[in-house]
Design a protein around this ligand. Structure first.
Ligand SMILES: [Zn+2]
Length: 234
């Protein structure tokens, strides 16, 4: 493989990489990412509000059932209270009614608390849904801006991609595979020269052991043990 050809390939690829980064680092892309993550969080919160509200509703129904049951028991006892003659018996049932009343009060307090919780769920749920709507607007707006940028870049990107495809034909597939893997790790440029003065990698600055650097000859590549880039000698 001819070094100059490989460096030409990398030069074109770097231009593509920079265009990609320009798009990724744009305000529109950042706004898109922010709105998307906010939308996700608010959607999850809204779903939680629904689940909480369902649980609270079940509890309220359960308390309401107990309340009705106790209330009807009190009415039942009160209706027959006059028929009791023994003071002891009357006393016992009056105490029972008192106990029931306390239970009713406790249920009332609990139902008031749950009703408040239900209201809170509803308010928060509406807030979350409103935020999701707002996020959707921001997502649409920033996506529109991103699409415009993509359109503007399309021409130059196409030229670069075609050029890259053409240059790619000169290299073995396994070399391109390796290059692509290093690129995916954002180690750009992938190919870096050997720093003769510092006996180090120009990509990350790591000093290379002489056992490794001595293997390096013109036209050969070695992997940097630190950053994984391909080091070449001029
Ligand atoms: Zn390195």
């Amino acid at each position: 493989m001819e070094l100059q050809k490989i460096l030409d390939y990398q030069k074109v690829d770097l231009e593509i990489y920079n265009l990609e980064n320009k798009l990724k680092g744009s305000d529109a892309a950042k706004a898109y990412a922010k709105a998307s993550s906010l939308k996700k969080a608010n959607t999850e919160d809204a779903q939680k509000c629904v689940r909480d509200a369902e649980e609270v509703t079940v509890l309220i129904e359960r308390y309401r059932h107990s309340y009705d049951k106790i209330a009807s028991e009190i009415v039942g006892i009160a209706d027959v209270l006059d028929t009791f003659e023994e003071p002891k018996e009357i006393d016992m049932f009056e105490k029972k009614i008192e106990q029931y009343k306390k239970e009713l009060q406790s249920i009332e307090r609990e139902m008031t608390r749950l009703a408040k919780k239900l209201d809170d769920c509803s308010v928060k749920g509406v807030e979350c849904v409103n935020k999701v709507v707002q996020c959707n607007k921001e997502i649409t707006a920033s996506k529109g801006k991103i699409d415009i940028m993509k359109k503007e870049m399309h021409g130059s990107m196409l030229v670069l991609m075609n050029s890259l495809e053409e240059l790619k034909k000169s290299f073995p597939a396994d070399f391109i595979k390796k290059y692509t893997e290093i690129r995916k790790n954002h180690k750009m440029p992938v190919l870096v020269p050997f720093n003769e003065a510092g006996k180090s990698c120009y990509g990350c600055g790591m000093d290379l052991p002489s056992s490794i650097s001595s293997e390096l000859t013109v036209g050969k590549f070695i992997d940097c043990p630190n950053c994984g880039r391909l080091i070449y000698k001029i």
